[in-house]
Design a protein around this ligand. Structure first.
Ligand code: SF4
Length: 349
């Protein structure tokens, strides 16, 4: 049973069905909830007086009892390459980061799923923050609305969404999936599921859960190693969910026609970037419809790892390609403003 939101409740994060139930609970027809949903997510209204398709009585009630609030942009850092790192303030005063990356004809939004992260991957700057808490579905969907507003991105623009910011989305799967369903709803932001990617460090049971979702976004797996020992040293999570179990879950993961499971491999100079590593990665992925994104490490002062030279990156790519595994070199955007992969750590905020 739906209860009326308490005074000041934020409607961002409620799905179309939840807003329909809210409308009914307010004594309105069900379709009013759908109109409310369209206003919040498709037209991106924030003031109830702009919902001119709703009747005056409902608007007055909503204006008195509810709000439409986005995470607040506290600071923004603009990269030379056009990427923008946003520091966003949540209602409890905690801060997270999200990144906008413009590309030809489309925008990619990189979202956070948690405040900080508990997983302690050794090459990641977010790990240095530890975990404060999970984000709500409203705080996740709200990042999209906040960035679209900050960038003045028009309706019907082509968007990609990647959960590759702070946190492990599969450790906050219910909220992440609630936000995904809101983003994908054709009455709202209408972002196709094939353009939404959850990236995981390898939470094996949740990969099986995600496989059973009726509305499934794409999945990317952060691999970063070619042996159990190497992965445990870089990603302590591997003790709990070893590579062999992770790859078993990946083999069982259902893919759409022509879809490939993405594996991310952050290349760390002298650690996981040898030809032998590439041979082993190719062998590990045998039998999986996979592609590999190779990400030369984005350095920072706090951690001592470095990126391999380009020749080594190309050799690694070549070794994978020869084994029939498509591999792409991803030069991270926004490195100069600490917006790149693994760099989000609230620097300068
Ligand atoms: S790489 Fe991802 S999962 Fe690992 S510590 Fe960083 S944010 Fe967490």
């Amino acid at each position: 049973m739906v209860t009326l939101p308490t005074a000041g409740a934020n409607l961002v994060g409620l799905s179309r069905e939840e807003l329909e139930q809210l409308a009914v609970a307010c004594g309105q027809a069900r379709y009013r909830g759908r109109q409310l949903f369209r206003g919040i997510y498709a037209r991106r209204e924030q003031v109830f007086s702009n919902f001119t398709d709703l009747n005056g009585e409902f608007r007055t009630l909503l204006a008195r009892e509810c709000r439409i609030g986005y995470p607040e942009v506290q600071r923004e850092f603009v990269s030379r390459d056009g990427a923008v790192r946003y520091v966003l303030r949540l209602e409890d005063g905690k801060t997270i980061e999200a990144v906008h990356m413009p590309e030809r004809g489309r925008s990619t939004l990189c979202l956070s799923s948690q405040v900080g992260c508990a997983l302690d991957c050794k090459f990641c700057f977010t790990a240095l923050l530890g975990l404060a808490r999970n984000l709500t579905a409203g705080e996740i969907a709200g990042q999209v609305l906040a960035l679209l507003q900050a960038q003045r991105i028009p309706r019907r623009a082509r968007l990609n969404v990647v959960f590759m910011g702070m946190g492990e989305p599969l450790l906050n799967l219910a909220a992440a999936m609630h936000a995904v369903r809101i983003m994908a709803d054709a009455d709202g932001l209408a972002i196709p599921l094939q353009r939404i990617t959850l990236s995981t460090a390898g939470i094996v049971p949740r990969i099986y859960d995600l496989a059973n979702e009726p509305m499934r976004p794409k999945l990317a797996v952060s691999l970063n190693a070619s042996t159990e020992e190497q992965r445990t040293a870089l990603m302590p999570l591997n003790r709990k969910y070893p590579l062999c179990e992770l790859l078993q879950a990946c083999r069982a993961y259902p893919l759409r026609p022509r879809e490939r499971l993405t594996f991310e491999h952050v290349l760390l100079k002298g650690i996981n970037d040898s030809d032998a590593d590439a041979e082993r990665v190719g062998a590990l992925l045998h039998g999986i419809r996979a592609k590999v994104n190779l990400i030369p490490y984005n350095s920072g002062q706090e951690l001592s790892y470095g990126p391999p030279p380009l020749a080594r990156v190309l050799a690694f790519q070549g070794a994978l390609t020869r084994q029939g595994v498509p591999a792409f070199i991803r030069i991270s955007r926004g490195q100069d403003v600490r917006a790149a992969c693994g760099q989000l750590s609230l620097a300068g905020s």
